[in-house]
Design a protein around this ligand. Sequence first.
Ligand SMILES: [Zn+2]
Length: 223
Amino acid sequence: MADPFAEIDRGSLEWRGEPYGTSRDGVRLEVWLPADRRPSGLILAAIHGNEPETTVALSAALRSVDPAARRAAVVLCANPDGTLLGTRGNSLGVDLNRNFATRNWGPPLPGELPTGSAAASEPETRALVDLVERLSPAFVLSVHSDLACVDDAKSTPLARWLAAKSGLPLVAGVGYATPGSLGTWCADRDLDIVTLELERMGAQDLRRRWGPILAEVIRGACP
Ligand SMILES: [Zn+2]
């Protein structure tokens, strides 16, 4: 298999994911499942459409792991409409990471994007909730940029492992309230959630740096 982290390989995906829903603008939402269809965890990127480098890094990781060796489920792009538009929110301008039906969901905090007309008003949010409920992963790893930290209030073994592997600080919050976030939704359900904030680097540097680390998570070679 070609080295997927080599500069020369900008590679194609040899297999497609399967649909788990449709975005507001009709783009297919896709998940890559392990062969036994019982994932250890769920890794997702680009719930914020202005963080496409997270998809580049996670895609390199996914493509480097033989399908038979995959253990985690992977969503390369949780917000395809926003990614196509280059916006943090979806095509309605809703910040999907504030649209989850958490106990503290509400209207946007001052200066923040719309949080939706109601909790879970957005198709991308509902599809992700349905996916998590169907797969029942032991953890969710949500990849963002560019605050350069591993955020996990519970300091789970996976978070400690990611911090040790990468040298990023492990923090118990990003320093501001995130009502309606995926992280809060998982915490409400006592589901382990790690928010990985990549560094402020170009997509290709992040691909080289994070591809091998995220590949280990996909392979299940992590706590
Ligand atoms: Zn983000």
